[in-house]
Design a protein around this ligand. Sequence first.
Ligand SMILES: Nc1ncnc2c1ncn2[C@@H]1O[C@H](COP(=O)(O)OP(=O)(O)OP(=O)(O)O)[C@@H](O)[C@H]1O
Ligand SMILES: [Mg+2]
Length: 352
Amino acid sequence: MARLSISHLKKRYGELTVVDNVDIAVADGEFLVLLGPSGCGKTTTLRMVAGFIPPSAGQITIGERDVTNLPPWKRHCGLVFQSYALFPHMSVAQNVAFGLEMHKVPAAERGPRVAEALRLVQLGGFDERYPRQLSGGQQQRVALARALAMEPQVLLLDEPLSNLDAKLRLEVRVEIRELQRKLGLTTIMVTHDQEEALTMADRLVVMDRGKVRQIGTQRELYEKPADRFVAGFIGRSAFLDGEVTAPGRFRTAGGREIACAAAGTSGSATLALRPERIAIGSEADGLPNRFATQIVHASYLGAQLDVQVALDGQERMLLQIPNRPGLSEPRPGDTITIGWAEDAGLVYPREA
Ligand SMILES: Nc1ncnc2c1ncn2[C@@H]1O[C@H](COP(=O)(O)OP(=O)(O)OP(=O)(O)O)[C@@H](O)[C@H]1O
Ligand SMILES: [Mg+2]
C-alpha cells in the first residue's frame, strides 16, 4: 500500500522508442487501468515498474523509495502475468509458496501466509491440487494468490482476465476489485478491453504508440476526450473531417457549414460527435445543425439500433436509436433527418 509514481519513463530498443516519456501518478489504494491498442507499450511499462525491464530513462518511486535501480525482489510489487505462468509440476500450495521460498521467508511463516493468500482468493482446501486439475478461473486465482502472498505494496496485473470465458471474466472482475478494495492495494491493471477498463477502474490511462494520451475518470475521458484518438477509443464517436473556417464555423469536406462551439483550433480539423448527442427526425427541429441523410446500414441490437448514415453521399456517421415501441425499422436507402446543438460537437486538429 503506497503511492506509485512514474516520471519521464522511457524505453528504447535501438531506434525504436516503445515507451515515450510516460508520467503516471497512482494514489495510495487506487485501482488504475492502463488501456490502449496492441503494441502501445502497456506491458513494457508494467514490467519496468516491476523491475524486469530496465528503463532507458526516467524514475519510478513507490512510497518514499526510489526503486528505479532496484532488482524486482526489492520492489515489493506483485505481478500477475497474462499467462498465469504456474509451475505445472507443483501443487497449488507449492506454487503460492515459491516466491516466499525465493525470498528466504522462514518455513514456519510460509504455511500461514500461503493459507491466508488462498483464503483471500477463495481457494482454501485446494492446496494439494495441481494446475491441470483446476479450471482457468481457478488457475488465475492461484496466480493472484501467489502475488498476494508476497504482501506487495503495489499490485500489477497484465491482462489477468484475457484467458477466461465471457461469464467467468465478469465474475473474476468483481472478485479482483473487491479484494483489491478490501486490502487497499495500489494497483495498475493492463487491458485492451474497454468495457473491462470502464467497469473496474478508479481512473484510466489511455496510451497510444508509447505515449500517454489522457489520464482521467470514465466521465472525463468520455465527455472531454483530450484528442481525436481518445474520442474514438473510449466509447463511440461519429467523425467529420473538414476545416475550421472561422471561430465557431466548421466546413465539412463535402462543403456543409456546421455551427460548433468556439475552440482554439483552426485549419484542418475533425468534428467528433457522440451518438447520443445526435437528434433524429422531429427531435432535430430547431437545432442549428440539421441535415437530411441517407441510411447506409442498420443493425438491430435489441435495446438499440445502430444506424450508419451518409451525409452528402460521403461522410459516414453513426447514430444509436433507442428501441422504443412503435419505432419503424430503419432501412438502407431511407432518408432520415438528424440534428445537433452547437456544443454537441468537439473539434480537434486533424491527425495524420
Ligand atoms: N525486446 C524487444 N525488442 C524490441 N521491441 C520490443 C521488445 N519488446 C517489446 N517490443 C515492442 O515494443 C512495443 C510495445 O510492446 P508491449 O508488449 O509493451 O505492448 P502492449 O501494449 O503490451 O501490447 P499488447 O496489447 O499486444 O500486449 C511493441 O511494438 C513491441 O513489438
Ligand atoms: Mg501486453
